[in-house]
Write a protein that binds this ligand. Structure first.
Ligand SMILES: [Cu+2]
Length: 455
């Protein structure tokens, strides 16, 4: 749902910055569209300017612009927002134009771009255009290249998008607070020649992380490493839409990392090449096949592949803690400990107490009681049961016969007969067991973890 919000021109607020720019600003600010839903918006086909194949921001949207005297004008509003991280959990974040992450900005190599930034936060901010080659005074570094934008004021940035590639934007003001609150967005500069680096589908993922105590709504912003929610576009699985591709499509996935740690991003069923990095495009002769690529802090990567393998393929960060949600982080691991009677007794004192890896039997009939505003540690129903995934995880759905540009979820993959792993019911040879430990000291693992809001 995109609705429009009008801002009255405040000449005083737009007179900041160079005189040339403030003259343009004084002529009237462009509208600041707002998108408050977490549904994936249809890709924004360019209504004017040079043509390009627009990107898809899963569970996000692209910011419309106004063309004025040959300049693309955008209006970002930095403000507090409420973001649904997945059904069952909302977060009080800071973002842009109604959402965190902010809207994706798409322009074409060579475009002159003017971006008005209105600050509706309780503190000053700025916007840094991460990776862009631009005049120093437009780099958005509070104190170094500009004063902070005070609350209630509007600043204007203007530069030429000189290079095609994958970029991000985020504040360079009280960064620890503002980025931990979700202030960031994606920026794509398309090549001037739409045939260059052409793909059929182009997806963008911004990686962010939050530390939100189960039951609360606002991130702890002084956390440095111990985050409990790892997100694609400020969403966690199962709240992340699938990527859809037609069999044979050339697909690009762009990933930008604004968390505090690296993320080895892994795709199943295909090999890809890293076609773009922070600095631009990788020469074809310098690319090699991968199934996982590490995206370090502050980096962007654009991977490309041909979707030539039909199915429902996992796409996720390979750090197992990053495919889990908040409730997974403080559960003790008591694998190998037989505490059958003990757990039941503790449970009568501490309802909801549970452990990982117990010997079985004690926890099978218990479910952790979830506080009001949090998510199960691992969730997501698949066609074969619970997927036991959260966080940075989604599914690439490759299907034959989709229409070009159709992003509708095609449902679960229908496997050809005889191509699904199944129980073996025939004869088995006697299986030797490992000599390391007597079988009696290796209890069966039966880790029950919270999987549902129902209990
Ligand atoms: Cu990760």
């Amino acid at each position: 749902m995109t609705n429009r919000r009008h801002f009255l021109t405040n000449a005083g607020a737009t007179m900041l910055g160079a005189s040339l720019i403030s003259k343009a600003g004084a002529a009237g600010l462009p509208e600041a569209p707002v998108h408050s839903s977490s549904a994936t918006a249809a890709p924004l086909a360019p209504p004017n300017g040079r043509p390009y194949n627009p990107v898809v921001t899963l569970n996000g949207w692209t910011l419309p612009w106004r063309m004025k005297d040959g300049v693309k004008e955008f209006h970002l509003v930095a403000e507090p927002v409420v973001r649904e991280l997945a059904p069952g959990m909302q977060a009080n974040l800071w973002g842009y134009n109604g959402q965190s992450p902010g809207p994706t900005i798409e322009v074409v190599e060579g475009d002159r771009v003017r971006i008005f930034v209105t600050n509706k936060l309780p503190e000053h901010t700025s916007v840094h255009w991460h990776g862009q080659i631009l005049p120093c005074g437009m780099d958005g570094i509070t104190g170094l290249t500009q004063p902070g934008i005070p609350p209630g004021k509007t600043f204007v940035y203007e530069f030429v998008a000189r290079h095609a590639g994958t970029f991000m934007y985020h504040p360079h003001a009280d960064e620890m607070m503002q980025m931990a609150m979700g202030m960031m967005g994606f920026w794509v500069t398309h090549p001037k020649n739409p045939k260059q680096h052409a793909v059929d589908r182009d997806y963008v993922f911004l990686l962010s992380s939050y530390d939100i105590e189960p039951g609360s709504y606002t991130p702890r912003t002084n956390t440095m490493l111990d985050f409990n929610l790892w997100t694609f576009n400020s969403r966690v699985f199962p709240g992340i839409d699938p990527m859809v591709a037609r069999l044979g499509d050339k697909v690009r996935i762009r990933v930008g990392n604004l968390t505090m740690t690296n993320h080895p991003i892994h795709l199943h069923g295909h090999t890809f090449q890293v076609a773009g990095t922070d600095g631009g495009w990788v020469q074809p002769s310098a690319r090699w096949p991968e199934v996982t690529t590490d995206v370090a802090v502050g980096q962007m990567r654009a991977i490309e592949f041909v979707a030539d393998n039909p199915g429902d393929w996992a796409f996720h960060c390979h750090k197992s803690h990053h495919t889990m949600n908040a409730m997974g982080h403080d559960v003790p691991n008591l694998a190998g400990v037989d505490h059958r009677g003990v757990a039941r007794k503790i449970n009568s004192l501490v309802p909801g107490y549970m452990v990982m890896g117990d010997r079985g039997g004690s926890m099978g009939d218990m479910r952790m009681r979830l506080p009001q505003n949090t998510l199960p540690m691992m969730d997501g129903k698949g066609p074969f049961g619970n997927m036991e995934m959260g966080g940075m995880f989604t599914v690439l759905k490759v299907r034959e016969g989709l229409a070009r540009g159709d992003y509708t979820d095609p449902g679960w993959y229908k496997h050809p007969a005889g191509t699904v792993a199944r129980e073996w019911t025939g004869e088995l040879p006697a299986a030797p067991s490992a000599a390391a430990a007597p079988a009696s000291e290796q209890p069966a693992m039966n880790a029950k973890k919270p999987t549902s809001h129902k209990h």
